[in-house]
Design a protein around this ligand. Structure first.
Ligand code: ADP
Ligand code: NI
Length: 218
């Protein structure tokens, strides 16, 4: 099968799977990560088809909607690719990327986990979608979905929560900027990723300044 056909089949499959996904993880999130991955690829020596397949399949089954089960996504991706005449080593690599990509996994494994330049490219693209103007929109969308306050001056950010505490936390959405979003810039892997992250980071800082200014009535 030629590569364009394979990429198109994968896009069709994921679009269908994500038909009822929530706003932060819908097909448009995948499309943005796919496009940003291709942009980053231009200045990296990486396997193009592995990056493209991993970008398209990376959120195929969000553990939040599968009782916290993180193994569903990699399995669904693997089963799909096995039906697509893709070589075993490409399948293994794509599945490994999906398994190891999340912020949580990279924290837990302290960098000892599987890594590859292909993973780094897709991870940068995914992290970029969590910051900047889009990242702000996604954060408040998520907060609304969870019925959280926008901001509460008497609840300060907490940078020492465990994964479980973080999930259960009812903290206002502004706290998420300090607990996660403003930390992502330092985690970027690639030169292009770092450059894009810097711009989006500055935008978030300006946004927060304006937010507090308006909050305080001036
Ligand atoms: P990923 O896309 O890496 O799987 P998540 O599923 O954790 O990330 O989050 C999806 C989106 O929801 C991201 O934009 C993230 O910033 C946002 N989000 C996650 N947790 C929170 C939270 N506690 N408050 C606000 N936004 C959140
Ligand atoms: Ni994602």
């Amino acid at each position: 099968m030629n590569k364009n056909q394979l990429v198109q089949n994968t896009i069709d499959f994921v679009k269908k799977e994500l038909e009822n996904a929530e706003g932060g993880h819908d097909w448009f999130h995948i499309e943005r990560v796919f496009n940003t991955s291709k942009l980053i690829l231009k200045s990296e020596q990486a396997n193009e088809i592995v990056v493209q397949l991993a970008a398209i399949l990376h959120d195929i089954a969000d553990p939040k909607f599968h009782n916290g089960d993180e193994s569903v996504g990699p399995k669904v991706a693997q089963t799909f690719l096995k039906g697509q005449e893709v070589s075993e080593n490409i399948i293994d690599h794509v599945v490994n990327i999906i398994k190891h990509m999340s912020f949580k996994n990279s924290l837990e494994n302290n960098g000892k986990a599987f890594s590859s330049i292909e993973l780094q490219v897709v991870q940068d693209a995914d992290r970029l979608d969590a910051i900047g103007a889009i990242g702000i929109a996604r954060a408040f969308n998520y907060g609304g979905f969870k019925n959280r306050e926008l901001y509460n001056p008497s609840i300060p950010p907490n940078l020492n929560m465990s994964k479980e505490e973080y999930k259960a936390s009812k903290a206002p959405t502004i706290n998420h900027f300090y607990e996660k979003l403003l930390l992502l810039k330092e985690k970027m892997n690639t030169v292009t990723g770092k450059k894009l992250a810097e711009e989006r980071h500055q935008f978030m800082l300006a946004y927060l300044d304006q937010f507090y200014k308006e909050w305080n009535g001036n």
